[in-house]
Design a protein around this ligand. Structure first.
Ligand SMILES: [Zn+2]
Length: 110
């Protein structure tokens, strides 16, 4: 499998740029490096039937975010208000920040 360098991290705000969820934005909840996928909040909901288990007698349908391919998302630039390609920059204090390649906006990562 091809290894993709992840350009997004957990808690990044991203926009979906391809696929059926194109245009949606959300926070990265989970990264799955081995699968080259990410789980984005409120994106790519799937319905699952949950089986009744010991404690909760009731089964039912639960909605859950399904992972999407990492190449389908870009980090959301608050200034451009859309998903853009980001560069990285090392700040004076040694922290790394993202730089929007379109508008030059700096975004610190937590
Ligand atoms: Zn920008």
């Amino acid at each position: 499998m091809e290894f993709i360098r992840f350009h997004v991290r957990k808690n990044d705000m991203v926009q979906v740029i391809a696929g059926k969820e194109k245009g949606k934005t959300g926070k990265v909840l989970k990264v799955l490096p081995k699968k080259n996928r990410v789980v984005v909040e409120k994106v790519n909901f799937i319905k699952r039937h949950s089986r009744p288990t010991g404690r909760t007698r009731q089964g039912g349908i639960i909605q859950k975010e399904a992972p999407i391919h990492v190449s389908n998302v870009l980090v959301l630039c608050p200034k451009c208000n859309k998903g853009v390609r980001m560069g990285t920059k090392v700040l004076e204090d040694g922290k790394k920040a993202l730089v929007c390649k379109k508008c030059g906006e700096l975004m610190e990562r937590k």
